[in-house]
Design a binder for this molecule. Sequence first.
Ligand SMILES: [Zn+2]
Length: 378
Amino acid sequence: MSSSEKSKEKIPGTGDEENARNKFDGDATSHSEDKAETSSSNTDSDLSHMLESKLKVEEKVQEDSLLDEVTFEGIARYILSDRCKNIVTMAGAGISTSAGIPDFRSPGTGLYDNLEKYNLPEPHAVFDISYFKTNPEPFFVLCKDLYPKQAFKPTPCHYFIKLLEKKNKLLTHFTQNIDTLERVSGLSDGKVVEAHGSFNTGHCRKCNAQYEQEWMRERIFSEDVVPRCTQKDCDGIVKPDIVFFGESLPDKFRMHIKDMEECDLLIILGTSLVVQPFASLTGRTRKNVPRLYINMERTKGGGGDFFSMLFGGGSNFDFDNPDNIRDVFWQGKCDEGCQALADLLGWGEELKTLVCEEHARLELEMKATASTQPKAKV
Ligand SMILES: [Zn+2]
C-alpha cells in the first residue's frame, strides 16, 4: 500500500481507536450473555460481590497518591523507589532548541522566508499532504533547513532520557520531533516512538520502495531538489517519513499507546501539548500516576480537551487543584530541569559526564566524515 493510500484520515489514529472501542464493547456484551446462560443466582451474587469489592479497591487506588509529597523532590524520591519501574517520556520541540534546531511550527523563525516565491496559501501548506501532491517543491526547499545535520548534537535533556533507559526505568519515549536526535543520543529503537515520523527513512509515493536518510540527503542537497525513485520503471517522488497534516500517525505510535496503561510516571518535556492526538496521551495514564511537566510555560493542554475526552483522555493537569495528588510543574528550560532532576536523583555527575563524552565522540565522528567526504555540502 502506498503512503498516499494510507493517508486518507484527517484525524490520525481515529479509525483504530474506534475499532478498539467497538471490539471492547462487543466482547463485554457477549461475555455477560454467556454468564446469563450458565450461571446460577448464587454465582451471580458472588460475581456482583467480586465486582463490588474490585470497584472499591480501584476507587481507593485512585485516591491514593503514589508520591510522599507532590513536589519535584517527591517525584525524584518516587523515581528512586521500586514502585516506579516504567517511566514514559513525551517530548516536543523544546528539548531540541538548545541544539540549534528551529521549531518549524513557530512563525518568525525565518524558516519560511525562502518559500515566498511559491505563493503558498499559508506557510503550513508546505506540510499539507494534499498541497504536497500538487506541488512538492516548497517542501524540499524547506528540507534543506530542516534536514538533520551532523552538526546538531543531542542536548543534556536527550541524554537524561538515555540515562533513564540505562537505569532500566524507561518504558517508552514519545517524541513529536523529526530531528532524530533521540537516536543520535543512543536511545534504543524499541524505546523511541517518533509520533510525527522522522527523516530516518523515506518512501516512494508510487511503489513504496524504502530509502535511507543518507540517500535522501544526497538528493535533497543536490541541484534537482526533489528526490525521485530509482526502482525500475518508477519515477515516484521519495518523501521523508515525516507525518504531514492529513496523514496517519505511524503504526508504531498506535502500537505503543497501550504503554500508557503500564506507565508509573509520565515526564512531559518541552511541548505545549497543543498538537493532537499526541497531547491526549497525557490523559491515558492510570488516574493516580504522577505527571511531571517541564516546560518554559504552563499549558492549558494536558489532554483535557474535547478530542482527548472522545478518545480516552479527559484528564487535565491538576496543578491548581487543592486535591492534586500527582501533577508537578517545573518551569524553565528542559536541559536545566533534567539536570536539576538528575542532581536530586544522585545522577547529576553521571549525566554531565555522559554529555561531555558523547559530544566529544560525535565531534570526532564529524571530523572523520569531513575528511573522508570533502565534497559533502552539509
Ligand atoms: Zn518507486
